[in-house]
Design a binder for this molecule. Structure first.
Ligand code: 5GP
Ligand code: MN
Length: 325
């Protein structure tokens, strides 16, 4: 009985409704933000919600820095730069941000709504809807737009579908549930040009293809091939934070893949796993977070060599925990 009347899906629906009610009732400005290093889900979910709020006649603002490969989704006048303070009476909607420290463009203060699908999210904010069973935050925005009663247009549906496409790896990852495919079918029905969109999402600048050779020359196998690593060699420039880990993860026999890149703030790790090995556990042990099969962390104040050592130690522990070693 309880599972039917008070199951997780029902609780989720109630929370989405509560967010919709709060947004509809809010009289002041609404700011929509997402996470640093925005990916397709960060940009797609926040742009989709921003457009839906504007369609409702709300005084909405989208604070974002869309990366080059996603800029085709966006009109120049739709996004504004970062704010140090929010005006009095503002409501802040944070989407796809696993922790308050990863929120980009605005201070996490005042009335904060936190919508996310990372299990490691500490449920910050006044209203938090965190559901790790959802494939993408964009999937949750789809439900929110429905709850708001906004009429779907291709302009709203396209970024929302983008978030779902990118977080499911083009409907290939294990999070591609029947719910995801139904939602995607519905969004395509609202006029999203699916083939054109998936093609456009793969476009990369020449710098990416020039970097590819240098990156692939760093590929290394560890623990008998259970771990595959690669890094962006110092000095090699790429314009976007590109999904190199998405290439090396397909090394046959590997259970976990780690890509390292040097950033101003430290060495950024992108981690992917399969077969019971948790990328999330490795990321958390290194001070980061994310999902079980896809996670990340930033190692501050270390060079590439020490970063590799820490990665190897953390992965070794996870491979032991899961019985591979
Ligand atoms: P990516 O490797 O694509 O940057 O990140 C993979 C996943 O892990 C994403 O869902 C991203 O939000 C999350 N993630 C990446 N880096 C961090 C981090 O430093 N901390 C936390 N909590 N999550 C991260
Ligand atoms: Mn996401």
């Amino acid at each position: 009985m309880d599972a039917v009347c008070n199951g997780p899906e029902l609780q989720y629906r109630e929370k989405i409704r509560a967010v919709a009610d709060a947004l509809r009732a809010h009289k002041g400005p609404i700011f929509v933000v997402s996470h640093v290093d925005p990916d397709g889900d960060a940009i797609g979910s926040s742009l989709g919600l921003y457009r839906a709020l504007r369609a409702l006649g709300k005084e909405a603002f989208w604070i974002a820095e869309p990366p080059r490969y996603l800029r085709f989704l966006v009109r120049e006048e739709e996004y504004t730069g970062p704010l140090e303070r929010l005006p009095e009476g503002a409501l802040l909607v944070v989407l796809d941000a696993a922790e308050p420290g990863r929120v980009a463009g605005a201070p996490v203060e005042g009335f904060v709504v936190n919508i996310d699908h990372h299990g490691t999210n500490p449920r910050f904010g006044c209203l938090a809807v965190v559901d790790p069973s959802k494939a993408a935050t964009a999937q949750m925005v789809k439900d929110l737009v429905d709850a708001l009663g906004v009429v779907w247009t291709p302009e709203i549906a396209t970024p929302v579908l983008t978030g779902i496409i990118t977080d499911t790896g083009n409907f290939r990852f294990a999070n591609t549930t029947p719910e995801v495919l139904h939602t995607a079918a519905e969004l395509v029905g609202y006029g999203v040009p699916l083939a054109e969109l998936t093609d456009r999402l793969q476009w990369r600048p020449a710098s990416y293809f020039r970097a590819l050779g240098a990156v692939l020359s760093t590929v290394a196998f560890h623990f008998g091939g259970l771990l595959v690593t690669a890094h962006l060699p110092p000095g090699v420039q790429v314009e976007d934070s590109d999904d190199f880990v998405g290439l090396i993860r397909y090394a046959e026999g590997s259970q976990i893949a780690v890509f390292l890149r040097e950033r101003e703030e430290g060495i950024k790790l992108s981690i992917r796993s399969r077969g019971g090995v948790s990328a999330q556990a490795v990321a958390v042990s290194l001070g980061g977070g994310g999902h079980v099969p896809a996670a990340g962390a930033t190692l501050r104040g270390v060079g590439l060599e020490e970063a590799y050592q820490r990665v190897l130690a953390a992965v070794e522990e996870e491979l032991r925990r899961t019985g591979y070693l």
